[in-house]
Design a protein around this ligand. Structure first.
Ligand code: AMP
Ligand code: GLY
Length: 420
């Protein structure tokens, strides 16, 4: 099969790597990592015409759109109009990620549990909402913000400043409890869940500092309640897919539910309309089912015929190596050594005069695997330790609490419903 992957991040490197096991892979535009598993084509990933023309010229069997920006820009629609199967939602369906307020409306229509929230555009609305919910304050930019539009703070002043800065925001109730990322493939009707993963959003050790796109991830979750995936499919994923279909905007692609396991039950923190980064790197490193087959099945309305996904035993863990300054303006152009090898996925890298250099905030992800979570995280840090560039940094505590058995779940998850 011939597959075109759209995007240039670590997620696209992982997608291209997994697809290349049984397919010929092209990446638009890709990065130096994807160039090692397929062929890069220098096109603008958010330009639907350019991507559709390339897909036609290469006569691919499937196009997989990775990042949110091309999805929201309608790249999947442009390719679909050429009659080529696409894994990735239409612009209309990608609003599940593109607008926090749209996501809230769908969740309300579908009866999906999420934080109570207010949509605000004026200072008086913002202040009223901040005071209604109280600290810690949660303020979300309504539009796409590359994982950095959310401020969670004890400071009303900082919360209000962020809200005014954004202009249109969703202010919501703070959700306590461990976070889970659950991915599910959908063909618009049927769903096929991944195993759960956990992402580390804050830049600093011990969950300190500002939010990022994600500094590390691991899977599966040894502490997750037994029935978690089934429960989330039943109460979150399937109702959302049904609601999107009912509105005439079926969701074909990957629905990412960011969840909090609160003391009142599972609540949706956010939806994304695509594979998460860096969760994709460890998840696809364990996926045993051929990725090409299930993505094509989703793109062609045939997911109902697919058995549950199969996974290698054990654990995988990803550690992100970031450039100095991230999640603010990152320092770029530093030479990277040890940047190629097993378990290394490229994101903000470039090749200049034959040298690999940094070119973005999240530079690379190092993935390790092991029979235990502790082994997997140590293996990931081993891979990370082989890579060097000036100004680089990473978190040191990815998967640490889970490996030490220190993640505490609220009592509600001890009930029979969760033990089934
Ligand atoms: P989002 O882009 O909506 O996923 O938010 C980014 C991160 O901010 C999440 O992964 C959480 O860590 C945090 N966050 C977002 N919404 C809430 C909330 N209502 N309560 C607590 N933390 C939140
Ligand atoms: N890892 C979080 C995201 O992809 O948005």
């Amino acid at each position: 099969m011939k597959v075109l992957v759209v995007g240039n991040g670590g997620r696209e490197h992982a997608l291209a790597w997994a697809l290349a096991k049984d397919s010929e892979v092209f990446i638009a535009p890709g990065n130096p990592g994807t160039a090692r598993v397929g062929t890069n084509y220098l096109v603008n990933a958010t330009d639907g015409r350019q991507v559709a023309d390339l897909a036609v010229a290469l006569s691919v069997d499937l196009v997989v759109v990775g990042p949110e920006a091309p999805l929201v820009a309608g790249v999947a629609d442009a390719v679909r109009a050429e009659g080529i199967p696409v894994f990735g939602p239409s612009a209309a369906a990608a609003q599940l990620e593109g607008s926090k307020q749209f996501a809230k409306e769908i969740m309300e229509a579908a009866g999906v549990p999420t934080a109570a929230s207010r949509y605000c555009t004026t200072q008086s609305e913002m202040e009223a909402a901040l005071d209604e919910f109280g600290a810690p304050y949660v303020v979300k930019n309504d539009g796409l913000a590359a994982g950095k539009g959310v401020v969670v703070t004890e400071s009303r002043e900082k919360a209000l400043a962020h809200a005014l800065d954004c202009g249109q925001v969703v202010i919501e109730e703070y959700l306590d409890g461990p976070e889970v990322s659950l991915f599910a493939l959908s063909d618009g009707t049927n769903v096929l869940p991944f195993e759960p993963a956990q992402d580390f959003k804050r830049v600093g050790d011990g969950d300190t500092g500002p939010n990022t796109g994600g500094m590390g991830a691991y899977t599966p979750l040894p502490w997750a309640p037994a029935g978690l995936t089934d429960e989330v499919v039943k109460t979150v994923i399937q109702p959302t897919i049904d609601a999107m279909k009912d509105r005439g905007t079926p969701f074909v692609g990957l629905l990412y539910a960011g969840l909090a396991l609160t003391s009142k039950g599972v609540r949706v923190v956010e939806f994304n309309a695509r594979f998460g980064d860096p969760e994709t790197q460890p998840l696809l490193s364990r996926l045993a089912t051929p990725l090409s087959r299930v993505l094509l099945a989703a793109a062609t309305g045939k997911l109902g015929q697919e058995p549950p996904l199969e996974w290698a035993s054990g654990f995988t863990c990803a550690v992100v190596l970031a450039a100095e300054g991230y999640p603010g303006t990152p320092r770029k152009g530093d030479e990277i050594t040890g940047g190629f090898g097993e378990g290394i996925f490229h994101a903000g890298t470039a090749e200049v005069d034959g040298k690999l250099v940094t070119s973005g905030g999240r530079v690379l992800a190092a993935v390790g695997s092991g029979d235990t979570l502790d082994e997997a995280r140590l293996a990931a840090y081993d891979v990370a330790g082989q890579i060097r560039f000036a100004g680089g940094f990473n978190r040191h505590d990815i998967a640490l609490k889970a490996a030490e058995g220190k993640i505490a779940l609220p009592a509600i998850y001890e009930t029979d419903k969760w033990k089934s």
